[in-house]
Design a binder for this molecule. Structure first.
Ligand SMILES: CC(=O)N[C@H]1[C@@H](OP(=O)(O)OP(=O)(O)OC[C@H]2O[C@@H](n3ccc(=O)[nH]c3=O)[C@H](O)[C@@H]2O)O[C@H](CO)[C@@H](O)[C@@H]1O[C@H](C)C(=O)N[C@@H](C)C(=O)N[C@H](CCC(=O)O)C(=O)O
Ligand SMILES: Nc1ncnc2c1ncn2[C@@H]1O[C@H](COP(=O)(O)OP(=O)(O)OP(=O)(O)O)[C@@H](O)[C@H]1O
Length: 566
C-alpha cells in the first residue's frame, strides 16, 4: 500500500531579504511620511467628518491597529471591539513609539483620562477610515495591472483552492506570485506566518506593497465575509474578483443567509473590484451576479456555469452564462474539461486535483485569468500542461494513501462534506465502504452540527463522529449534536450502517483505519492543513495527515504480519 509522500515546500523565486517577519510586522521599505494634516484631509476626502486634537504637523510613517504591533512613528488606530476598546492599550502603543492616535469619542476620553497628550484624530466609525488610510500610507494600490495584477476570491467553499490554482497558472505564465489566505501567506514561494484568512486592513495594505517591492507581479487573495464586514480590504481595488458559491456557514456572525450574501456582495462593487467572474450554478450565484451588475454595470460582470451534472446542458429557463463547462472527463484522479464562452471561444484544461468541485474551482481560476486580460495564446499554452492546474493545496483533498484510499480534507460545513464524500465514493460497482471521521467546531454556528451529521449518514457507510476545535465549549455535547443528526438520518433510512462517537480525534482516526479494508475509502474531514487543536484555549499538536499516516503504517504492519489477509 503506497503512502503518498509528505508535501514538500514549493516554489522559491525571490530572496528572503526584507521578508523576515509576520503579516503583522512586515512593512514596505519605502514609505512616504504623512503629516496628520494630510491624513485628516484624506479622511475628509472620503466624506467622513474628523475632529482633531493636538498638533497636525506630526508625521506618521506607519499605521497599526494593535498596540502590540506598533512600530516607532506609527499612527495607532484604537478601535472599539467586542472584547475591548483599543484605547485601553494606548499607553502600550505610545511606549512602542506611536506618534498619534486615531479613535472615536469613547477612545478620546480614555486617552485623555490617562493624561496622554499626543495628538488624536476623532471619527465616528473608526474601521470605515482605516483601510483607505493604510492604502495611502503604504501606497498599496498598484498603478496598473501590468505592474501588479490583483485577484480576489470569495464564497463559502473553494477560496483557498482557487487562489492556489490562479497562482499556479500565473506562475506558469511567467509571473512571480503572491498569495494571502487561510493556509499561508506566500511571497514568491516564501512563507509569511499569518493568523487570519484575510488579515487586518493595515496588514493587507502593507503586504501588497511589500510584495510589489519584492517583484511580485501577480497576487491572489482570499476575501472572507468577516473581512468584508470588518472592512479589512477597504482601500484596495482588485483587477478581478471571483465568486465560488454560497452555502450555510458563519451564521454565528451573519445571522441569516441573506445577510451572509450581502457581506459577500460588497466585493463586487466598484470600490473593491473592476471586473467580476461569478459562478451562477444556483440561485445564490445568480442573485450575486444580479447585484454585481447593478453595482458595477453589465460589462464588468461575467458569469460562469460549472454545474456540469446534466451533461453540459444549462437550464433552459435561465440566461446562458458567459463561460460554461461544456465537457468534463475523468483524467487520472482529476479531470479534463472544456470551458466555452458564449462567443464560441474554447479553453481546454486539466486539473489533477480530485473531486468534481475542483473542476468548478479550476474553471473559476481559468475564467478569472482569461478575464484579467492575459495573452490568450500564452494562456492556452499554459493550460495544455496539467500541472498548471494541479497545485499542492495542503489539506484540501490531500491523498494520504491509495489502498485504502485515505484522504484528508478541510470540509467543515454540510455542503463541502457532501461533495467531499461524493468524491471519495467508489460507486455502486465497488464493494468498498466509505468511512468518515469528522466533528464540528465549538463556539461557532450550532445549527450546522446535526446537518453535518445527517449529510455524513446519507453519504457514508461508517460515520465516526469526533472532536474538531471545541475551543471553549464542552466537546461531548458538540459530538452528541452531530451524532444525533446522523442517527436521525439513519432512522429515516440513510445509508450509514454504523454511527460511532469516538474521542480524542487521533483515536477516531485510528478507529477508522482499523475498520477499513483495502478496497475502502476513508475521509478525515474538517481540519485539513491544521496542525493544532484548540481545546479549552490550549493548542494541542494534532495533524490529521500525520495521525492517518501513522494509523495506516500500523494497519499495513498488521496486514503484513497476517500474510496480507485481514
Ligand atoms: C470576529 C472577528 O473577526 N473579530 C476580529 C476583531 O475583534 P474585535 O473587534 O472583537 O477586537 P477586540 O478583541 O475587542 O479588541 C479591540 C481592539 O483592541 C486591540 N488590542 C487588543 C489587545 C491588546 O493588547 N492590544 C490591542 O491593541 C485589538 O487589535 C482590536 O483592534 O478585530 C480583531 C483585531 O483585528 C481580530 O483579531 C478579530 O479576529 C478574531 C481573532 C477572529 O478569530 N476572527 C475570525 C473569526 C475571522 O476573521 N475569520 C475569517 C475567516 C472565516 C472563514 O472563512 O473561515 C478570516 O478572514 O480569518
Ligand atoms: N467549489 C467547491 N464547492 C464545494 N465545496 C468545495 C469547493 N471547493 C472546495 N470545497 C470543499 O471545501 C473545503 C475547503 O476548501 P477551500 O479551503 O478551498 O475553501 P475555502 O473557501 O478557502 O474554505 P475556508 O473559508 O473554510 O478556509 C475543501 O476541503 C473541500 O471539502
Amino acid at each position: 500500500m503506497p503512502l503518498e509522500d509528505e508535501p514538500t515546500e514549493s516554489g522559491s523565486g525571490i530572496g528572503s531579504t526584507g521578508l523576515e517577519g509576520t503579516a503583522q510586522s512586515l512593512r514596505p521599505q519605502s514609505v512616504v511620511p504623512r503629516s496628520l494634516r494630510e491624513l485628516t484631509d484624506a479622511i475628509g476626502a472620503q466624506g467622513h467628518t474628523v475632529r482633531t486634537e493636538g498638533t497636525l504637523g506630526v508625521t506618521a510613517t506607519g499605521i497599526s491597529m494593535d498596540s502590540r504591533e506598533v512600530q516607532p512613528g506609527d499612527l495607532y488606530v484604537a478601535l472599539p471591539g467586542a472584547n475591548a476598546h483599543g484605547a485601553d492599550f494606548v499607553e502600550g502603543a505610545t511606549h512602542r513609539g506611536a506618534v498619534a492616535v486615531l479613535t472615536d469619542e469613547a477612545g478620546l476620553s480614555t486617552v485623555r483620562a490617562l493624561g496622554l497628550q499626543l495628538p488624536v484624530l476623532v471619527v465616528d466609525r473608526v474601521r470605515d477610515v482605516v483601510g483607505p488610510l493604510a492604502a495611502l500610507m503604504y501606497a498599496s494600490q498598484p498603478s496598473s495591472p501590468e505592474v501588479q495584477r490583483l485577484f480576489a476570491v470569495t464564497g463559502t467553499n473553494g477560496k483557498t483552492t482557487t487562489t492556489y490554482m490562479i497562482n499556479a497558472i500565473m506562475a506558469a505564465l511567467g509571473h512571480t506570485t503572491g498569495l494571502i489566505g487561510t493556509i499561508e501567506i506566500l511571497a514568491g514561494g516564501r512563507a509569511i506566518p499569518s493568523q487570519l484568512t484575510t488579515p487586518e486592513s493595515t496588514h493587507v495594505h502593507s503586504l501588497v506593497s511589500v510584495m510589489r517591492e519584492h517583484g511580485i507581479t501577480s497576487a491572489s487573495m482570499e476575501v472572507s465575509s468577516h473581512a468584508l464586514d470588518y472592512k479589512r480590504v477597504d482601500g484596495l481595488v482588485y483587477d478581478v474578483a471571483g465568486f465560488t458559491n454560497l452555502t450555510q456557514d458563519h451564521l454565528d456572525l451573519h445571522g441569516t443567509m441573506d445577510a451572509y450574501a450581502s457581506s459577500k456582495a460588497q466585493l463586487f462593487t466598484p470600490s473593491h473590484s473592476r471586473r467580476n467572474v461569478i459562478t451562477v450554478d444556483d440561485a445564490w450565484g445568480r442573485a450575486m451576479a444580479d447585484r454585481a451588475r447593478s453595482a458595477q454595470g453589465e460589462e464588468a460582470v461575467v458569469t460562469l456555469w460549472t454545474d456540469y451534472g446534466r451533461g453540459g446542458e444549462q437550464p433552459a429557463d435561465q440566461e446562458p452564462a458567459d463561460w460554461a463547462l461544456t465537457a468534463v472527463r475523468p483524467h487520472g484522479i482529476g479531470h479534463d474539461f472544456v470551458l466555452t464562452h458564449r462567443d464560441g471561444r474554447e479553453l481546454r484544461a486539466t486539473t489533477g486535483l480530485p473531486a468534481d468541485f475542483n473542476v468548478s474551482n479550476a474553471a473559476l481560476a481559468v475564467a478569472m485569468i482569461a478575464e484579467s486580460g492575459v495573452d490568450d495564446r500564452a494562456l492556452r499554452d499554459v493550460l495544455s500542461h496539467p500541472e498548471s492546474l494541479t497545485p499542492l493545496v495542503p489539506g484540501r483533498m490531500q491523498v494520504i494513501s491509495q489502498e485504502p484510499v485515505a484522504i484528508v480534507d478541510f470540509a467543515h460545513n454540510a455542503d463541502a462534506l457532501e461533495r467531499a464524500l461524493g468524491a471519495v465514493d467508489p460507486g455502486s460497482d465497488s464493494s468498498g465502504k466509505v468511512i468518515i471521521v469528522f466533528g464540528a467546531t465549538g463556539q461557532r454556528d450550532q445549527t450546522k452540527r446535526p446537518m453535518m451529521g445527517a449529510v455524513a449518514a446519507r453519504n457514508a457507510d461508517v460515520v465516526i463522529v469526533t472532536d474538531d476545535d471545541p475551543h471553549n465549549e464542552a466537546p461531548g455535547p458538540i459530538r452528541d449534536a452531530v451524532a444525533a443528526g446522523a442517527r436521525e438520518a439513519v432512522e429515516a433510512g440513510a445509508r450509514a450502517g454504523t454511527v460511532e462517537n469516538v474521542a480524542p480525534r487521533a483515536r477516531a482516526i485510528e478507529r477508522a483505519v482499523e475498520l477499513a479494508g483495502p478496497e475502502d475509502s476513508i475521509l478525515v474531514a474538517g481540519r485539513g492543513h491544521e496542525v493544532s487543536q484548540d481545546i479549552a484555549g490550549v493548542d494541542n499538536a494534532l495533524d490529521d495527515r500525520e495521525e492517518l499516516r501513522s494509523a495506516l503504517r500500523t494497519w499495513q504492519a498488521r496486514r503484513h504480519a497476517a500474510g496480507g489477509n485481514r
